[in-house]
Write a new protein. Structure first.
Length: 485
């Protein structure tokens, strides 16, 4: 449980500290976002290997190595002196952290008899939800009173206690030597995802395909995905991605929606703290508390929806959740620089409730009519797609934010010229001026601030449009059927 909570907290604790990291490491907003995407991509790539490694070496030792590695990389991330170091150590965190949640679930199931699996999973679910709820508030408090480095150092005592607990109390089970792993499929998919993420992260700064680096990354991504698809279609023995999964419309539709939800959730969590701190000058601790209700909304929705599963058509629950998410994003398009905290609190709570309404029925519906032998791979693939959706969502939204800020600034300054009657010195409030150098600097800073607010609103509108466009996908989903054996 400690390992699960530590990993859950780490998913959200760093978001509120991004502006402080940006200043400390002399990085731009799109550069510091690499800290988030590097973690998510490395975790997504390593997650499919978790089951195979546990089968080869035993759950206890893989779990122990993962916790120790995650704790060590957390300490190194907190001591980083450059953005490059931070990104490298965050990749290490992702590699080690990918196994924590699935292995903690496996351990709970193995050490409890079948009649206690229900209470054990309820306790485990509370731990999974507790981490993201605690993350923003704890991160804001640590950054306010200590420094952003403590959002990583806080993992050290938890990791040490968890490691000792695993070492002394979790029994060792002999490895069951699972069937061979498709390393060619795994490597081609990993190279494809990695190259695509690099292209999306570096593209806005390098003028996209005008850069040789972006062209090379695009070629590597396209070639790797081509090899992966070809290998999956033509492989005669077991491939990394079972073709039977792609023949199931419920699974395919549910996975696409999970990819989208990962992008919306991670993208919003990356945008809101920077907007509140950079544009509205909120202290980091207040930012953490304002973003926490999103987690409470998700937890409340999952408790309610859990009781409705089986009584209400899952497609209606998912549609209801997507509609609430779209409404919350529509509310966010009304954000302004003069607003108080209420709009952020209400829209965050509503969005958390909406996304919570989709998680449980989406998982149930996507996995409802799959044969039992495919469930393990299907669950892992959905977790991978959620992580990839989150990392791509952050890259696209932050890149769009940078581009729209530049475009908005260019459009706003077109009208700030001496021949515009509204820009007459008598109408410009202090300290703005078109003639005094200090007044020009102040005016440019305010124009940039307004342009950036417009860019945030455009990002929220883009996410709202994606959610609305995804709703018709539910028409492809069939009613939940009994699981075939």
């Amino acid at each position: 449980m400690l390992a699960t909570i530590m990993q859950g907290v780490d998913n959200t604790i760093a978001n509120v500290a991004l502006p402080h990291m940006q200043g400390s490491l002399s990085a731009t907003q799109d550069q510091v976002a690499w800290m988030l995407t590097s973690y998510m991509v490395s975790a997504a790539i390593m997650m499919p290997l978790t089951g195979w490694l546990a089968g080869q070496f035993g759950i206890k030792y893989i779990f122990l190595v993962s916790v120790i590695g995650f704790t060590l990389c957390s300490a190194l991330a907190g001591s980083s002196t450059s953005l490059a170091q931070l990104v490298i150590y965050r990749i290490g965190q992702g590699v080690c952290g990918a196994a924590l949640v699935p292995l903690s679930q496996s351990v709970l199931l193995s050490i409890n008899p079948p009649e206690r699996h229900g209470p054990a999973m309820a306790l485990w679910g509370m731990g999974v939800m507790l981490g993201p709820i605690m993350g923003p508030a704890v991160g804001g408090w640590l950054t306010e009173y200590y420094s952003w480095r403590w959002v990583f150092y806080i993992n050290m005592p938890v990791g040490i206690v968890a490691s000792l607990g695993i070492l002394f109390f979790i029994p060792y089970n002999r490895p069951n030597r699972r069937e061979p792993f498709d390393f060619f499929g795994f490597l081609t998919l990993s190279f494809g995802i990695g190259a695509l993420q690099l292209m999306l992260d570096r593209g806005p700064r390098n003028d996209w395909f005008e850069s040789t680096e972006i062209q090379i990354e695009a070629i590597i991504a396209a070639l790797a995905f081509y090899l992966f698809i070809t290998h999956t279609i033509t492989a005669t023995d077991r491939s990394f991605l079972n073709r039977d999964l792609l023949r199931n419309p419920n699974f395919v539709t549910g996975t696409v929606l999970m990819f989208l939800i990962g992008g919306i959730l991670s993208g919003t969590l990356a945008l809101i703290p920077s907007m509140l701190q950079n544009l509205m000058e909120y202290p980091v601790m207040l930012t953490g508390f304002i973003t926490s209700p999103r987690g409470f909304g998700t937890m409340a929705a999952m408790f309610i929806v859990g009781r409705l599963i089986g009584k209400v058509d899952s497609r209606l629950l998912i549609l209801f959740g997507l509609a609430l998410t779209a409404i919350s994003l529509w509310q966010m398009t009304g954000f302004s620089l003069q607003m108080g905290t209420s709009p952020v609190l209400l829209s965050g709570l509503l969005q958390g409730f909406g996304l919570g309404c989709t998680f449980v029925p989406l998982n149930t519906l996507a996995l409802s009519n799959l044969p039992r032998p495919l469930l393990t791979q299907a669950t892992a693939l959905r977790a991978v797609m959620r992580n990839i959706g989150g990392s791509i969502g952050i890259s696209v939204l932050v890149g769009q934010l940078t581009r729209d800020t530049q475009m908005g600034h260019a459009r706003l300054v077109e009208h700030l010229r001496p021949d515009n009657p509204l820009a007459h010195p008598s109408l410009l409030p202090f300290p703005f001026s078109l003639t005094d150098p200090r007044g020009l600097v102040a005016l440019n800073a305010e124009v940039t601030r307004q342009a950036e607010m417009i860019a945030y609103i455009n990002d929220f509108a883009l996410m709202m449009a994606l959610v609305i466009a995804a709703m018709p996908l539910l028409l492809l989903v069939r009613r939940q059927a009994r699981k075939t054996q």
